[in-house]
Design a protein around this ligand. Structure first.
Ligand code: SF4
Length: 211
C-alpha cells in the first residue's frame, strides 16, 4: 500500500473513531501497567471487572508489593493465568519500589526489565501513559495490518517495524488505538464487516466479494 493511501486510510479511521484511547479503566500509569499485565490473553471487559477493587485495595506499588501474590490473586482469580500474573505483578511492584521510586519508568529498557512486561506491554505504556509515538502490535493490530496491506509480516516485530516505517508521523501516536478498535469492532477475526467498513476502498483484503 502506498503512503498516500495509508494517509487516507488513517484519516478515515480517525474520522470514524472519535476517541482512539484504551478501553482499560485506569487513573494513572501505575494502574495502566497493572491492567495491561492482566490483559494478556484476557479481554479488556474481564480486566475492568476486577481492577476497581484491586486498585482500591492496593492503590500504590508499595501497597501492592506488600500485599504479595497470595493476596493479589484473590482479586484477579476470574482472569486467565491468574497465578502467574499475580506473581509478576507483586514482583514488578517490588522493582518499581526498589529501582524507580515507586514510579513507572518512561523508557523501554526499564519497562521490559519488569516481570510480566514484554515489548507489546512496554509499547502500550509508552504510547498510552506517556504519549510516545510507538505502536504496540497485539492480535488485532497484527491481523488488520496484514489483511489491509498496511504492513505485511510473519512476526509481530516485523509488522511493528514495518508500521513504524510506513505510517506518517502525524498518525503514529494514535495508530495503535485506531487499528485495535477497528479490529475489535469492524475488522473482526472470523467475520470482518467489510460492508460497514470505512476503509474498504483502501483495504487490499481480497475477499470483499460480499460487499
Ligand atoms: S474491508 Fe474488510 S478486511 Fe478490509 S479492513 Fe475493512 S473489514 Fe477489514
Amino acid at each position: 500500500m502506498n503512503s498516500k493511501t495509508i494517509d487516507i486510510l488513517f484519516k478515515k479511521l480517525n474520522d470514524s473513531i472519535p476517541k482512539p484511547v484504551t478501553e482499560l479503566l485506569h487513573g494513572n500509569p501505575f494502574e495502566l501497567l497493572i491492567s495491561v499485565i492482566l490483559s494478556a490473553q484476557a479481554t479488556d471487559v474481564s480486566v475492568n471487572k476486577v481492577t476497581p477493587e484491586l486498585f482500591s485495595a492496593f492503590p500504590t506499588p508499595e501497597k501492592m508489593q506488600k500485599a504479595g501474590a497470595e493476596e493479589i490473586i484473590t482479586y484477579i482469580k476470574s482472569i486467565g493465568l491468574a497465578p502467574t500474573k499475580s506473581k509478576n505483578i507483586a514482583a514488578a511492584c517490588g522493582e518499581l519500589v526498589k529501582k524507580h521510586q515507586g514510579k513507572v519508568p518512561q523508557n523501554r529498557e526499564d519497562l521490559e526489565a519488569l516481570p510480566g512486561v514484554g515489548r507489546k506491554t512496554a509499547n502500550v505504556i509508552l504510547n498510552t501513559a506517556f504519549g510516545k509515538p510507538v505502536i504496540a502490535v497485539d492480535t488485532h493490530v497484527f491481523r488488520i495490518s496484514n489483511r489491509t496491506g498496511i504492513a505485511h509480516g510473519k512476526t509481530v516485530l516485523e509488522v511493528e517495524n514495518r508500521l513504524m516505517s510506513v505510517i506518517p508521523s502525524k498518525w503514529k501516536k494514535d495508530a495503535h488505538h485506531l487499528l485495535i478498535l477497528h479490529g475489535r469492532y469492524v475488522c473482526k477475526s472470523r467475520k470482518p464487516e467489510c460492508a460497514n467498513c470505512v476503509i474498504a476502498d483502501e483495504c487490499e483484503f481480497p475477499d470483499k466479494s460480499f460487499l
